[in-house]
Write a protein that binds this ligand. Structure first.
Ligand SMILES: C[S@@+](CC[C@H](N)C(=O)[O-])C[C@H]1O[C@@H](n2cnc3c(N)ncnc32)[C@H](O)[C@@H]1O
Length: 427
């Protein structure tokens, strides 16, 4: 967009301020909270008004994709990609079409189909295991997944989303004091199947009724609403290519707080991997750095892009202790994280329509051994190298929506709360 349009773009009133969508997945560590979501939607609405046409949006690391109903409501196209295959299946159940199908079939028929497909699980003993799902249960769950295709008129994609929302209850895992660090093994819950599936059904129902309250009545009644297009995928963001060029990127990437997505969604990932449905790529921010051997050359490349990162990494190296020194653990961890983040952002930018450059990103502050990790400073320098200017895209939030502590919580210099902020990069 030519630069002159920016003033007009900023001047448009944000009309989404009260919209908020509820949680859906079992562990919603990272979902946008309502006020962040409404500010992001406000930016997209403004862009739509200034372009005087529908916009194409991309979230390359979309997670639970809370912008789906909004995109459909304003008649836009939204590309929502996330490496986690769980999101691909559950997000399919979050569209207007899914909502209509859910109402047409009704929760009772869906429950009946789920009960029939999983009948073989009913008399299964609970056995201890060191796996995410024990060896007796897994084959029955896999067979049930395939059987879900047999229950017409219940749409298979809805049944599969409900099934995946329930899989945790059939898995065996133990929690730790870190809510994002589950451990495989133990005993599965033993909760009755009916109760488990009813819980998943009410999650979807709660989601639909909130989405309906905020978006769908207008969506269904407005003759001017064109209906949107939601495109879902589970590709590594470093290589994700949209079918058509996009006008705006809105994303909240992993925040290098050592959340391990593979563990956070361990039970679901184990099941989906057994189905052969998980791409073989590492999540951004993975804590596994063994075998990551080109960190020195990548470190130099990063320092060229972001002088701040150069200084930060020198401090990280200085504060490594014991075995971390010989393995260079934390330097490798942060180099891998920022290198992966910049690569994913480069790929996202390559999807922008020629002449367009609007990239909204959400950042949660973090710290390492008393040193703040200024992700937004690193990203501001990165965007500057790519010809963008970064400005604040909304209020700074004093804390992360779940009030979770960061990984350096034991360090006396570290405030244990994370702040959250929105940034707008434009060119
Ligand atoms: C902070 S969360 C996004 C949360 C999302 N905004 C929501 O409201 O649910 C970051 C997401 O990045 C995804 N992710 C991590 N590495 C990725 C990669 N290499 N490619 C695509 N997605 C990735 C994770 O699975 C996670 O869902």
């Amino acid at each position: 967009m030519p630069h002159g349009d920016v003033a007009e773009y900023r001047a448009v009133t944000v009309s989404t301020s009260t919209r908020l969508l509820p949680m859906l997945l079992p562990t919603e560590y990272a979902s946008f909270r309502g006020d962040v979501l409404s500010e992001l939607c406000g930016h997209v609405e403004c862009l739509k008004t200034s372009l005087r046409r529908s916009v194409v949006l991309l979230d390359p690391m979309a997670g639970t994709a809370p912008l789906i109903p909004f995109v459909e409501f304003i008649g836009s196209t939204g590309y929502f990609n996330d490496l986690n295959t769980l999101h691909l299946f559950v997000n399919r159940a979050r569209t207007v079409a899914a909502y209509k199908a859910f109402n047409a079939v009704g929760p009772d028929s869906l429950l009946q189909a789920l009960m029939k497909a999983t009948a073989s699980l009913s008399r299964l003993q609970r056995r201890p295991t060191d796996k995410w799902i024990d060896e007796q249960t897994l084959p029955r769950l896999l067979a049930a997944w395939h059987r879900l295709a047999d229950f017409q008129p219940s749409p298979t994609y809805l049944l599969r989303a409900l099934f995946l929302l329930s899989i945790r209850s059939f898995a065996s895992y133990t929690t730790s004091s870190n809510p994002t660090w589950l451990k495989p093994g133990g005993l599965r819950s033993g909760a009755p199947r009916r109760e488990v599936f009813n819980r998943a059904l009410s999650k979807l129902q709660r989601y639909y009724s909130a989405a309906q309250r905020y978006y769908f009545p207008a969506y269904e009644n407005q003759t001017s609403a064109k209906g949107g297009r939601v495109v879902l995928s589970n590709v590594d963001a470093a290589s994700y290519r949209t079918k058509s060029p996009v006008d705006i990127i809105v994303t909240s990437p992993p925040f290098c707080n050592r959340v391990d997505w593979r563990r956070l969604y361990g039970p679901e990932g184990y099941f989906l991997e057994a189905l052969g449905l998980c791409p073989k790529h590492e999540y951004l921010g993975t804590t596994a750095v063994r075998g990551y051997d080109d960190s020195e050359s990548r470190l130099l490349a990063l320092t060229d892009i972001s002088p701040y990162l150069g200084r930060f990494l020198i401090e990280v190296r200085k504060t490594q202790i014991h075995g971390e020194r010989s393995s260079d653990y934390y330097v490798k961890y942060f180099v891998r994280y920022f290198d992966g983040l910049f690569t994913a952002f480069d790929q996202a930018i390559s999807n922008l329509r020629r002449g367009h450059g609007r990239f909204l990103f959400v950042v949660q502050d973090n710290a390492h051994r008393g040193q703040g990790i200024r992700i937004h400073t690193a990203l501001t320098e990165y965007f500057s190298c790519r010809g963008f200017t970064v400005s604040s895209g909304g209020k700074e939030r004093p804390r992360h929506h779940l009030g979770l502590r960061n990984v350096s919580r034991k360090h006396p210099m570290v405030s244990p709360r994370q702040t959250e902020s929105i940034w707008l990069a434009e060119r």
